[in-house]
Ligand binder design. Structure first.
Ligand SMILES: Nc1ncnc2c1ncn2[C@@H]1O[C@H](COP(=O)(O)OP(=O)(O)O)[C@@H](O)[C@H]1O
Ligand SMILES: [Mg+2]
Length: 230
């Protein structure tokens, strides 16, 4: 579904991503692990086109999207849940969800499935996003990314600053979406146990490079946890 080749990224003179190569398959959760500052967010921003790609290619479902705008990528099926959620605090839950449908025609209904995944959003439909708890905002951010029916869902540290009960709910939804088989999921995490539970495939980043990778089932045996804690 997603194929990244030779991806390099720079901020000014600093080389942030160094020749990343990987694939994320449909029906799988690909976990990207790494400590603060190794380039995880920069990777997802590059996939989304929020920062222009300096070198390398990104293909979605066989189509080269390397130079597409974020808007075009959404249309082609990339859903992005940014770090820190970035929901619109002054807009209602409903309006936030509509933002996820912004490129479709005005009358497009919010998919009912989103409320099955996250019932709280239905209950709080007319509340302002800013009045939700952190965990509820995260659920809203995920639902917003799902509204357009993505083929690739990318999530940047969805557990950051969120209470354990909602982390469990979010984990269940991610597993369910992957098991449905029509979507590839790339999950960036620093919370090892959450990542390990969901990973079909894992990648560990250090200083802008992938330094270790394997199948999720082998993560523990291959010492991914130690890499995170050094
Ligand atoms: N807008 C920016 N301008 C300059 N440097 C940045 C910018 N954003 C991030 N960086 C630097 O790029 C590196 C990677 O950051 P980031 O991708 O956010 O890492 P991570 O998500 O793994 O914590 C860090 O050294 C960070 O300081
Ligand atoms: Mg980050």
């Amino acid at each position: 579904m997603l194929k990244v080749e030779g991806l390099n990224q720079y901020y000014g003179g600093s080389h942030i991503l160094r020749g990343l190569d990987f694939e994320a398959r449909q029906g799988e959760v690909t976990v990207v692990l790494g400590r603060n500052g190794v380039g995880k967010t920069t990777l997802l921003k590059s996939l989304m086109g929020v920062v222009p790609i300096k070198a390398g290619t990104v293909c979605l479902d066989g189509q080269d999207i390397t130079h597409d705008t974020p808007y075009e990528r959404v249309r082609k099926g990339v859903g992005y849940v940014p770090q820190g959620r970035e929901i619109f605090g002054r807009l209602t839950v409903e309006e936030n969800l509509r933002m996820g449908l912004a490129y479709k025609s005005g009358g497009t209904p919010i998919p009912a499935e989103l409320f099955e995944l996250f019932p709280i959003l239905k209950q709080f439909l007319h509340r302002r996003g800013g009045d939700l708890s952190g965990g509820q905002q995260q659920q809203l951010a995920i639902a917003r990314a799902l509204a357009a029916g993505p083929k690739l869902l990318i999530l940047d540290e969805p557990t950051e600053g969120i209470q354990p009960s909602i982390i469990k709910d979010i984990g269940r939804v991610i597993r369910m979406l992957a098991d449905r088989g029509d979507m590839a999921i790339v999950l960036v995490e620093q919370y090892y146990d959450f990542a390990a539970e969901l990973a079909d495939q894992y990648l560990v980043m250090e200083r802008g490079e992938i330094v270790q990778r394997g199948r999720g089932a082998d993560m523990e045996a291959e010492g991914a946890r130690q890499r995170m804690s050094i």
